[in-house]
Design a binder for this molecule. Structure first.
Ligand SMILES: [Zn+2]
Length: 379
């Protein structure tokens, strides 16, 4: 494992509601950085939230508070993701894993939501949880301040501010942020076209990312406003978001142009002279297909469908050749390699065998396409 891939290596740290929670090594770097920043600020009394300024505390107290606050912030991110995950489960979607990475988290779903309504609910659950955490931290803050626990008040304030920021930032309407998912659900619900909705929400995501990057650079270089760390962080998050949004947009574009040759499997065919008994004994167990091209010297003769074999009595298996029971070649059974997948899908739906042979210009068999064996397009 090289140094470059080492940081991507994930560690499972917990299992919550039977969902594995994973972190990667970069997470420790960010954790350490966060602890250090908060501790140094607390020790020097430079910590302020709103109009509230904290007095400097001793070194040990500062570090302990910094660790507590950072843990609280990461638990907040986890709570946000868990909220997505539990809502997804309520919508009938299982969660593969929750990943905490330096820029937040991700609840990886096994499949995409099936309706705009489900998408909306799953997306909004995260920011709703963060907002709730912020309110709870703020409500706890009042008695703590009254009792004079200044340090604890500082932790609660940071947690309230952090969660509020998490809720607001995630509601920015750019995919793949939660707000972008909400936007996608709305466009999807109105137009009925998820691909177009994804593309538009993704473009918004790229725009927001670009604004974050420009804003970050401005924070670093503008006179009287040299917030290097904030600026640098904004640029990093912007780049990360841009990359994710761009790949989503690119993906939707590519799916429009998907052609048969990208999805077909290499051609496996049987000879017209092959006896059905031989076919059933030695070929069928090795190939999970419902239809087989029948070809001789790469020239397609027809298609043998398992559906058709059902009507053939068992005692005739060793007397019948594939060529006698196959469906003779007809336009609805084959496509050219450069045909679109949409067309091939339509053909497979109508031709009754759930598959098509892929045939080159001179009638030679070059591939085979079967329903469900290639990656399904997003609706
Ligand atoms: Zn979220």
């Amino acid at each position: 494992m090289s140094v470059l891939t080492l940081y991507k290596r994930q560690i499972t740290v917990a299992r919550v509601y039977d969902i594995p929670v994973r972190i990667d090594l970069r997470w420790f770097v960010v954790f350490g950085l966060s602890v250090w920043l908060i501790a140094v600020n607390l020790a020097h009394g430079g910590m302020w939230v709103g109009s509230f300024t904290l007095r400097a505390v001793g070194d040990l107290t500062a570090w302990m508070l910094a660790v507590t606050t950072t843990l609280g912030l990461f638990l907040s991110v986890f709570g946000h993701e868990l909220s997505h995950a539990l809502m997804a489960r309520a919508e009938g979607i299982e969660i593969e894993e929750i990943v905490l990475h330096p820029f937040g988290g991700l609840a990886r779903m096994r499949k995409e939501p099936e309706s705009p309504r489900a998408e909306f609910r799953i997306a909004i659950a995260g920011p709703a949880a963060s907002f709730l955490f912020a309110v709870v931290a703020f409500v706890l803050l009042l008695p703590v301040v009254r009792l004079g626990y200044e340090a604890a008040a500082g932790v609660l304030m940071l947690l309230a501010a952090g969660n509020l920021l998490l809720a607001i930032f995630n509601l920015f309407p750019g995919y793949p942020l939660d707000g972008g998912r909400v936007l996608r659900a709305i466009i999807w619900g109105r137009s009925g076209n998820i691909r177009e909705a994804t593309r538009m929400a993704g473009v918004c995501g790229m725009l927001i990312a670009a604004i974050l990057i420009i804003f970050g650079v401005y924070m670093c270089f503008a006179p009287n406003f040299r917030a290097y760390f904030m600026g640098f962080w904004s640029v990093l998050v912007g780049l990360f978001l841009f990359d994710a949004a761009y790949s989503v947009v690119k993906h939707t574009r590519r799916q429009v142009q998907n052609v048969v040759s990208e999805a077909m499997s290499s051609p496996f065919s049987i000879e017209p002279d092959l006896l059905i008994s031989q076919f059933i004994d030695s070929i069928l167990p090795l190939h999970r297909q419902v239809a087989f091209p029948v070809a001789r010297q790469q020239q397609l003769h027809g298609i043998l469908s398992l559906e058709d074999l059902k009507s053939l009595p068992r005692e005739k298996w060793h007397l019948t050749k594939a060529g006698e029971v196959m469906r003779p070649i007809a336009p609805r059974f084959f496509v050219e390699p450069n045909a679109t997948l949409d067309y091939a899908r339509e053909l497979m739906k109508r031709n009754g065998i759930g598959s098509v042979a892929v045939v080159g210009k001179n009638g030679e068999l070059v591939g085979f396409l079967q329903n469900g064996t290639f990656k399904k397009k997003k609706r």
